[in-house]
Design a protein. Structure first.
Lengths: 320, 320
DNA sequence: CTGTTAGCGCCTTCAA
DNA sequence: TTGAAGGCGCTAACAG
């Protein structure tokens, strides 16, 4: 390549990195690059520079749209900045995640961790300032980790306020995975909603349509006027099961979800819920990581606001 | 590291690659590696070996569960074989995909392309035997590309047979994206179903819930006894809209989908559909790519079978 | 401004 | 069996 242009390799390097080179030589280099379809070798570059322009993303399960949407936002934004994205799916095993993170940290410039269920102690151990690590939707106390979260507490609190305003007094919270941060936040919000005069009982459910269906029996045994799902899937699962049983929603019972997934607006009645801006979550995670890579001091935490979306699944509760 | 063990770097290298080394030296090396937490440098390794143990996956849109499920299967299986996965999302621009592929091919050992809409000519241009490229759910004639597909034609043909057996005679096909391979296959199957005595009209719809809803008016103007959706989302969109209008499914009208997404079994009535084994698609793609990387001659094409799933959305058609 | 040189960390000859 | 030496492709320092 240097031979083809009749110059030294250093001149080639300089031309391609835009340093000062005599115009004529630069032209020769460029035409040679053109004809040879020259592409610099990443490995050699990485070896000498120590950077690989690659970021990692760790998720528990790519089949879950929640995670794949965050991943999408990270990859698309990273690519715009010239970074590639390596994705690792822990495939449902939270205990495997710490090791996967560590491996990834050694192979990339930085890592985004979307891991609602990894043990906090592990995460704290990973919080070395030398590591470029960004956490999504997960708060770990006692660790200085750049973090972007959605205001899960506020969203659920707003939903409870909405229900209280409609006259509801007795609600059931269909709880999500016990070890998930978002569940803890939302559950806390439901409990504090007694400030609105809402009496809440929590019933263990999960995060899926099936979990919602299965929890209906126990939930109804508490004779609530509204069901508050951990997320939209649980809420929709419960709602569909209720409709199947002939319970009228919202006349007999109100139902709310969380996240505002596409399905929430297509079912009938539409599901009242709060938004979770997944794309912005991923985008912000990338911003945080990019800033860390450039060694820019930045605010270490972002909290994204949610928005209440009122649809047909909630109506005034009969105060019995 | 070599110094720490008191041996030469070559001995270290040999020990770590399991070549013959005097046991005592090997032990010294291993303990040194332990205490120093030694990790070989990927870049240097790649530079000398020319391989990077990395594969790429190109998808049009990660937000679509169809693609994220295929991606998941590829990453999980690749990881088991010690390969990392770089993911690239074309973010809805099919014209950007060829360039993304080319870039990825230079940076990885091989690439899996899940691209129903990339122009065939571009794909043919990529079909260089030197390139390790595997195609998913897409057949390109005149190019020797290892390919794994689902039997989209057979699945839809079976569905039509099912409807014909129920006595249906006039159906409407809610067509998917015009440039998608699966749509072409399914459409062809619907047309050939006239062998069963089924008269079919195609109505342009799309691939989403909204598209299904929007296509209902035109579809019903043809007075069919059954609606055949390009995929489950379109079918469910149409179904929900029909129910909203008071049309009884399946008494007044049968509806079928394709892919058997989780939602298909949760709605009421359950959607009759055919399966699309996304995970096996990704898994097989990885097998094909892995074989290509090991230079193993393998059958260049796999076609995965689909299975008919009868649920409540289909019933005997009134032969009017 | 340009060419020459050294070395990034590893693996693979070669000679001992 | 082991150590010394060279080179993978590139960029950073230095000398011209």
């Amino acid at each position: 390549m240097a031979r083809a242009a009749g110059v030294s390799t250093a001149t080639v390097s300089r031309t391609l990195s835009g340093l000062t080179v005599r115009p004529e030589l630069a032209r020769r280099v460029r035409t040679a690059a053109q004809t040879l379809d020259y592409q610099p070798n990443r490995a050699a570059r990485e070896l000498v520079s120590g950077r690989c322009c690659t970021v990692g993303v760790v998720v528990p399960d790519l089949a879950n749209p929640y995670f794949s949407n965050v991943l999408k936002a990270v990859t698309v934004n990273a690519l715009e900045s010239g970074f590639r994205t390596i994705v690792v799916d822990a495939d449902g095993d939270p205990d495997a995640e710490p090791e996967l993170c560590r491996t990834l940290l050694r192979q990339t410039d930085g890592v985004v961790v979307v891991s609602p269920r990894m043990p906090a102690a592990e995460l704290r151990a990973l919080a070395d300032p030398a590591h470029k690590l960004v956490l999504v939707n997960r708060v770990v106390s006692g660790a200085a980790l750049p973090t972007v979260t959605v205001d899960a507490f506020g969203g659920m609190f707003g939903l409870c306020g909405h229900l209280a305003g409609l006259g509801h007094r007795r609600i059931v919270y269909l709880a999500g995975p016990a070890d998930a941060w978002q569940n803890a936040e939302r559950r806390r919000a439901v409990e504090q909603a007694r400030a609105f005069g809402l009496a809440a009982v929590a019933v263990e459910a999960g995060a899926t349509l099936e979990a919602g269906e299965a929890a209906v029996d126990e939930a109804m045994s508490h004779r609530p006027t509204a069901l508050v799902g951990f997320n939209d899937l649980v809420a929709i699962g419960a709602l569909l099961e209720l409709v199947r049983r002939g319970v009228r929603v919202p006349e007999d019972l109100s139902v709310t979800g969380a996240d505002d997934i596409p399905l929430a607006s297509r079912i009938h009645p539409g599901l009242t819920t709060t938004t979770t801006p997944l794309r912005r979550l991923g985008e912000t995670a990338w911003d945080l990581l990019g800033a860390a890579l450039r060694e820019e001091p930045r605010s270490h935490s972002f909290q994204l606001a949610t928005r209440l979306v009122e649809r047909g699944s909630t109506a005034p509760g009969r105060g019995e």
